[in-house]
Design a binder for this molecule. Structure first.
Ligand code: MN
Length: 145
């Protein structure tokens, strides 16, 4: 049992880390790992928080994500679709699908995310992939990389 701290998106004994250790391809985002696999359950359960105006990495990978928004609102790119997201919406990121979360609505965007413990490394787009993404003008406008 990990008890929630009253009044915030924090849990007892869970440290707040930078989203990823490397790079500038994301902005204003933190990660808390609430469960790191165990008891024959091969998943991690994390909480991410994107500050106002921030975004996650534009990436794709063979593993999937299931995400539930539990703070604020924003927008997400999944494949070539951009969708507004808010409290308690559930977002599925299928395997090998471009995705990026952005806090575009003047407030933070916080979400829980389930992912396989054993997973492939995310890929970021190169110039050819960016060119392909920009074929859809709305996607070209949306993405940050
Ligand atoms: Mn991802």
């Amino acid at each position: 049992m990990i008890r929630h701290h009253s009044g915030g998106y924090r849990w007892d004994g869970v440290d707040v880390h930078p989203y990823k250790e490397d790079g500038t391809h994301f902005k204003s985002i933190t990660r808390q790992t609430l469960f790191k696999g165990g008891h024959d359950l091969g998943v991690e359960f994390r909480y991410f928080e994107i500050g106002e105006g921030g975004h996650s990495t534009l990436e794709r990978h063979l593993h999937a994500h299931v995400v539930m928004i539990i703070q604020g609102s924003g927008e997400v790119l999944v494949g070539d679709e951009i969708t507004s997201i808010g409290m308690y919406d559930l977002v599925q990121i299928p395997p090998f699908t471009w995705h990026q979360f952005r806090a575009t609505t003047g407030e933070p965007l916080g979400f829980l995310c389930i992912v396989n413990t054993e997973r492939d490394r995310p890929q970021r787009p190169g110039e050819p992939e960016l060119e392909e993404l920009r074929q859809e003008p709305a996607v070209g406008e949306f993405i940050r990389h």
